[in-house]
Design a protein around this ligand. Structure first.
Ligand SMILES: Cc1cc2nc3c(=O)[nH]c(=O)nc-3n(C[C@H](O)[C@H](O)[C@H](O)COP(=O)(O)O)c2cc1C
Length: 391
């Protein structure tokens, strides 16, 4: 992405995305549930922590390589599942996967995607993970699992914080999901963003590849999006996780854990890792921030169980805080979706580079030489300004 764009941080990428996307899609990415209190907490609770500065000890810039979910990663973060990337940029899933591959980090593809996991494997490759939403129709779920297996996916995430789709008021106002066909207000909103329209026209009208042999999900992405979310299994329980554990021999990750009890339960059901997540504040409003929830979850599951985390990460320093609090790695959500909308693959790479540079500088100034050293030092690297540890 050229420097002409002027993006120096993730917030700049958000502004560029806003100027490029039709309002209905920008609001869908940016918005959160009800009063958006949890989404705000995800951001503001990082301020509770201060980083410990130590000097005159590290000569070189730190190494950011690390290992999580069974594979080496060039960086301590990855691209998490974000639905409908192909609506923010034509070929969005492919572009995000290419950026992840170039930067040697994993991408987790959402069930709600335009391109299928098989297409990404064929067209791009790299370390691809798959996120599963449990549909009421288990034969459709099995079809998704088989497709992930056929695409040599080694890591499957089950998202568990969507037993009902919460209300995102911006989406309600804009008619997102209620609209199943192009109508006049939607067309009008799209026409305000001619560059986006041209890009979409070049890529042809989008539809969800994974349901192409399932006419009951409808035609075209708007109708399919509405049907896919309408068919999520609201009665999902821990038994279903055990069912999935029996069917999936690879690594199984439970995404959407916010309480220590649930983390332990996931561990007992045979999950290999959890993602501490509140869906970016898009589900249970007034839930805790993920960064505040992390320490108790780490204590509950012990030091060796892998914990990933997402929610509000827009700065490298925030990723450093999460790793010091016991996270094995961080998933990006909106941070890279904004980059994608702003400038396609270059924009995603820009988001990744910005965060990588911020982490490098942060660690060097803390006097830490590697991600492993940061994780070994754990909370010794932090001051908790609210509760006073290490203060
Ligand atoms: C536009 C959008 C779409 C999302 N789609 C999915 C999805 O399909 N599956 C899923 O498990 N999580 C989904 N999420 C949640 C993200 O995986 C992640 O939990 C959240 O974005 C993290 O918060 P952040 O965006 O503040 O970093 C979505 C989030 C956004 C913003």
């Amino acid at each position: 992405m050229s420097n002409k764009s002027g993006a120096v941080n993730v917030s700049d990428l958000r502004s560029l995305a806003k100027s490029r996307l039709p309002k209905i899609f920008f609001d869908y990415i940016d918005g959160a549930a009800f009063s958006e209190t949890t989404a705000v907490r995800n951001r503001s609770d990082f301020e509770r922590f201060a980083l410990v500065q130590k000097t005159l000890r590290v000569k070189d810039m730190p190494s950011l390589k690390t290992t999580f979910l069974g594979a080496e990663s060039g960086l301590p973060f990855m691209l998490g599942p974000v639905g409908f990337l192909g609506l923010y940029r034509g070929g969005g899933e492919r572009l995000a996967a290419a950026a992840a591959k170039a930067k040697k980090i994993p991408l987790c593809l959402s069930t709600f995607s335009i391109a299928s996991i098989g297409t990404l494997r064929r067209q791009v490759g790299g370390n691809l993970h798959f996120q599963l939403y449990m549909d009421r129709d288990r034969s459709f779920v099995e079809h998704l699992i088989d497709a992930a297996l056929a695409a040599q996916t080694e890591v499957l995430y089950l998202t568990v914080d969507t037993s009902v789709t919460s209300i995102r008021e911006k989406d309600l106002r804009n008619g997102f999901r209620a609209v199943t066909r192009l109508n006049a207000p939607l067309l009008f909103s799209m026409m305000q963003r001619p560059r986006w329209c041209l890009d979409m026209l070049r890529h042809g009208s989008p539809s969800v590849e994974a349901v192409e042999n399932y006419p009951e999900y409808g035609k075209g992405v708007l109708e399919q999006a509405s049907n896919l979310s309408g068919r999520l299994d609201a009665s999902l329980t821990w038994e279903d996780l055990s069912w999935l554990r029996e069917r999936w021999a690879g690594r199984l990750v439970v995404k959407g854990i916010l309480s220590p009890d649930d983390a332990k339960r996931a561990q007992e059901c045979g999950a290999d890792a959890v993602v501490v997540s509140n869906h970016g504040g898009r589900q249970l409003d007034f839930a805790n921030s993920t960064i505040a929830a992390l320490p108790a979850i780490r204590s509950a599951v012990g030091p060796d169980f892998e914990i990933l985390i997402d929610g509000g990460f827009r700065r490298g320093s925030e990723i450093v805080i999460a790793l010091a609090l016991g996270a094995s790695g961080v998933l990006l959500g909106r941070a890279y979706a904004f980059g994608l909308a702003a400038a396609g693959q270059d924009g995603v790479e820009k988001a990744i580079d910005i965060l990588a540079t911020e982490i490098s500088i942060t660690l060097k100034l803390m006097g830490i030489a590697s991600i492993a050293e940061l994780q070994e030092g754990g909370t010794d690297n932090l001051i908790d300004r609210a509760y006073g540890f290490n203060a």
